[in-house]
Design a protein around this ligand. Sequence first.
Ligand SMILES: [Zn+2]
Length: 412
Amino acid sequence: MPKIYFIDVTNRDGVQTAKLGLSKLEKTLINIYLNEMGVFQSEFGFPTTKHETHYLLANLELAEMGVLQPIHLGGWIRAIVGDVETAFRQVPDIRHLNLSISTSDQMINAKFMGRKTRDDILNGMVEALEAARALGLETIGVNAEDASRTDLDFLIKFGVAAKEHGADRLRYCDTLGYDNPFTIYETVKALAENIGIAIELHCHGDLGMAVANSIAGAKGAIDGGQDAYINTTVNGIGERAGNADLVATILAVTKSKGFTDKYQLGNPIVLSKAWKTAKFASYAFGVPIPVNQPGVGANAFAHSSGIHADGVLKDPENYELYGFEELGRGEPVKVETGREIIAGQYSGISGFSHVMGKMEVSFANRDEANEILELVRYANVESQKPLVEDELLFIAKYPQIAKKLLTLKPLE
Ligand SMILES: [Zn+2]
């Protein structure tokens, strides 16, 4: 039986959201949390974008060191030979890529303004795919942008060509959130049956159906005989109305009525890391988690009305579908209400040693402490907000990696 996997795209779709962004250290922490959660792949960035290079190389080094294992780190590029070559020049160790091209007549006609035909799209994709294969990638996904508005026969032709030239997956992009669970199910099932390749579901929330469409699409892929790779972002942060939320989609797959009897995860997901991951992404993006967010919202396990409170006290299953403990909630949180010493870009060694001492981190000597402090200062310059404990611990544990993450050399 084919299975369901997760490819989280927070560090690609999430960070390209208007008005939002993440520092390179924050992106790295997201990769670490996704790995701890058992997410199959993190689409960790843009290998053709110069300011990403040090970050991407440093994260691949973390993978090499076993820190980012077993998660796959995949880059996103346009499906053009020039992008493939640039990606390999800037990030030679990249092993997983998704190559993206628009496939709908709307976009072919109105983005390329008559310069490209469907055949050009097909041939361009095949050329890029062959170039990527020749350079030694392990896995390649081919993205059909605006797939939900693409003629089905052309989409099948596109997918068959991708498969024949060595693609491992076809990414079905509901770029505008146009599908509904019924249409995506039928379309994806037809793609799986006619192409015979694993399908990625990339769903957006413009009509409020990103999660529902993701699991309906996954069902379509599996019923059509293929593995399903659901694209998510942490807290659903993404272009416009956002993407399918990681935690909500995991809950939908594993907890919704009868779904998991037939449609199962390809590898175990550690849901108990959900709370930590969602809280960090909220802090890093500077976007509060809505109170009614599934699983991680402030009200997800709150009861006030008489009948509900009475019922949940007698047996939580009266009014809760799953326990808060499953998501890693329920631990007391210490909030400092008195004096606070914070490590920032203008900190000195005394305050910094105090902060690290509270986390039981000590240094071999003053030089080492000064080196870590210097990196913390730079990290704070980039993020412009106090670093969280895991960021400070990361810098102290992997100073050489942190140094690479914090290296920005414009116009190199
Ligand atoms: Zn997207």
